[in-house]
Design a protein around this ligand. Structure first.
Ligand code: PAF
Length: 294
């Protein structure tokens, strides 16, 4: 059994994959949710009839997946903590960074898997799911136990291809660099990802990636600014037609993940006494935009 928390775009995509793979799953929801979801995937249109359970219902053994906004992760763990037995492996699937030390303390025994995916999906309406791109997934254990290979084999089928990493922090920081460039810039300038390939954005992208490579080196993660810059430019090109998640959050006047993206970089800069003015500027600008509607 797989338990998926929330019916956001990635939650619904996971449910659709479970349906295709004939995996037994439940989506945990708080409110009335659509009995049918019209899915437009890259190859076809189909109707998914999701299997739901209420947040107060018993959580079965098996993967417990949190495909949530970064700022929802810790509150959700706090909420479900007493319903989770110690063997249930959690999967954290989100953009940006969350406080891992706090999660390990909240759940002192559970295996915890962290993953990041470049699948593109959004909900055009309440009962719709559009999958805009087949991506790839990178995963690693924050806390493992010996008998988790079976779970690993299940997880890697959900958003394939999935690669496994011993040093998942390296992967998360590299993804953080991508999000720190693309998300605030597309939200502030109201542009699709591909616009960022143009010359006027170059110096900001250089500055943001330079600051993040300095922070990474300070916490013993090997990387160069050139690598981070080249990776950001490659993803800008690959996702040129897409609107980033933060761009969409601003357009729909939703809370953004800026605290867990640029905000995380700023807080690490403070902690390590490393100035991060480029990231700070993007953080301030998105916070300012949010104050107009939140
Ligand atoms: O948040 C997003 O939109 C995505 O993580 C990414 C990679 C920036 C592409 O749009």
């Amino acid at each position: 059994m797989l338990t998926i928390v929330g019916n956001g775009a990635i939650g619904n995509l996971l449910a659709l994959q479970c349906h295709h793979l004939q995996f037994d799953y439940r989506i945990v929801v708080r409110n009335q949710s659509p009995s049918e979801i019209r899915c437009q995937t890259v190859h076809q249109q189909e109707i998914l009839r999701p299997v739901y359970q209420r947040s107060s219902d018993t959580i079965e053994q098996g993967l417990f997946i949190l495909p949530l906004k970064a700022y929802q992760i810790i509150p959700a763990i706090g909420q479900f903590k007493s319903q989770l037995s110690a063997e249930v492996p959690l999967v954290l699937l989100h953009n940006g960074m969350v406080d891992h030390a706090q999660i390990l303390e909240l759940l002192p025994n559970n295996p915890i898997l962290v993953a990041t995916t470049s699948y593109g999906a959004f909900k055009p309406q309440y009962d719709g799911l559009n999958v805009t791109g087949i991506g790839a997934t990178q995963a690693g254990w924050l806390r493992n136990s010996d008998d988790n290979l079976g779970y690993q084999q299940v997880f890697e089928k959900l958003l394939p291809p999935c690669s496994w990493h011993k040093d998942i922090l390296q992967i998360l920081w590299r993804k953080l660099a991508v999000n720190s460039v693309i998300n605030p810039l597309t939200a502030i300038h109201n542009v699709a990802n591909g616009e960022l390939a143009k010359q006027p954005y170059r110096s900001t992208i250089m500055g943001v990636t330079k600051e993040i490579s300095t922070l990474m080196n300070a916490v013993n993660l090997a990387v160069t600014q050139q690598e981070l810059f080249a990776n950001c430019m490659a993803i800008i090109e690959k996702t040129a037609g897409n609107y980033s998640s933060m761009h969409q959050d601003v357009q729909y006047k939703r809370k953004t993940e800026i605290e867990n993206i640029s905000g995380y970089v700023v807080s690490q800069g403070k902690q390590l006494s490393i100035p991060v003015p480029f990231n700070n500027e993007l953080f301030e600008q998105v916070k300012k935009i949010e104050t107009y509607y939140l």
